[in-house]
Design a protein around this ligand. Structure first.
Ligand code: UDP
Ligand code: MG
Length: 314
């Protein structure tokens, strides 16, 4: 029988864990006889009762493994930790707030059995706020323009991956992780399965704007050097423009010696404009350099404070 592992990152999901588990068990029951299922919960430093709830589940069901990171490391790292410990023919990653309906797994498995190595769940519709939809739309648009590989749009980390994809993923050591881009980069046979994304069942998002920006930056910077090339492009346009304008000024001054070139307002405005552009571009450089620094430090991605797995002690 084939083995299937669910990887479930958990950050303050006490209100979702019971129902999530119930629905996962339902999915596993429907797969009985075909797959042995395992539920890998990775607690990402939750501040609520999530960890004790998870341990409660584990005490009664040995299909449940509970790993707990030593502190909050963020969604992408939590998923990475889960993928690192998963030992199954296929792994399904999904959010734990029931925005990704566990039942969609059946369609993902179908695609896998049909030969796909990655079956990613693509949102046909989503029940998120206005702001989230708008910013997500902008992000995927920019990413598709800039990234040097095709990263599927409207697709989160909800996906099934064959064992060989998970094994490839383990060879990616980067600290600033954008998993959906990394998976796209790996290749193999990747297929979309459309679904309607639900609203968060309970609790609030663990992705405030600051984390969304960090993830977007990881996606763009991790998969594109376009921002760096943009610096030269802007510099080029400004330099050529300024050169032509200088020629024009010189010529008009020579042709009409009486003309006075008024300009201190312009000089001040231009100074601030140029200063602003330069600092912005330094910031772009800084983003890349900061990431280089983090990669060079090569610190471990996470530490487990709790790792409960395998058969229950009797
Ligand atoms: N999550 C996590 N660590 C974090 C933030 C979120 O493990 O620091 C988990 C969270 O429990 C959920 C998934 O990542 O399972 C997606 O997070 P969330 O639903 O809060 O994000 P949103 O859907 O609002 O983008
Ligand atoms: Mg969510």
């Amino acid at each position: 029988m084939k083995t299937l592992a669910f990887v479930l990152p958990i950050y303050n999901e006490e209100g979702n864990i019971p129902l999530l588990y119930e629905r996962l068990v339902g999915v596993a029951a429907a797969l009985e006889g075909r797959f042995t299922c395992e539920f890998i919960f990775v607690n990402d430093g939750s501040r609520d009762r999530s960890l004790s709830l998870l341990r409660g589940l584990r005490a009664a069901d040995e299909r449940v493994s509970v790993y707990s990171l030593a502190r909050n490391k963020g969604h992408q790292i939590a998923v990475t930790a889960g993928l690192d410990v998963a030992d199954a023919d296929a792994v399904i990653v999904m959010d734990s707030d029931l925005q990704d309906p566990p039942e969609v797994s059946h369609a993902l498995i179908e695609a896998w059995e049909d030969g796909a190595d990655v079956a990613y769940a693509k949102r046909r519709t989503r029940e998120d706020g206005y702001f989230k939809k708008l910013t997500a739309g902008m992000f995927y648009w920019v990413l598709s323009k800039m990234a040097r590989i095709d990263i599927p749009r409207d697709t989160g980390d909800f996906r099934l991956m064959d064992r060989r994809v998970v094994e490839e993923l383990r060879r990616y050591p980067e600290r600033n992780r954008f998993l959906r881009g990394m998976v796209a980069e790996i290749g193999f046979d990747q297929r979309a399965v459309e679904f309607d994304r639900d609203a968060r069942h309970s609790g609030e998002t663990g992705y405030p704007l600051s984390k969304m920006i960090k993830l977007a930056a990881d996606g763009i910077i991790g998969f594109s050097s376009f921002p760096l090339r943009l610096i030269s492009a802007i510099g080029m346009v400004l330099a050529v423009g300024a050169g032509l304008w200088t020629v024009y000024l010189a010529v008009s001054r020579l042709a009409f010696p009486d003309s006075v070139v008024e300009g201190w307002t312009f000089i001040t405005a231009g100074m601030f404009l140029l200063g602003g552009i330069q600092m912005l571009m330094l910031g772009v450089l800084g983003q890349y350099i900061g990431r280089i620094y983090e990669e060079v430090q090569a610190r471990p991605l996470y530490a487990f404070a709790v790792a409960e797995h395998g058969p229950l002690p009797r």
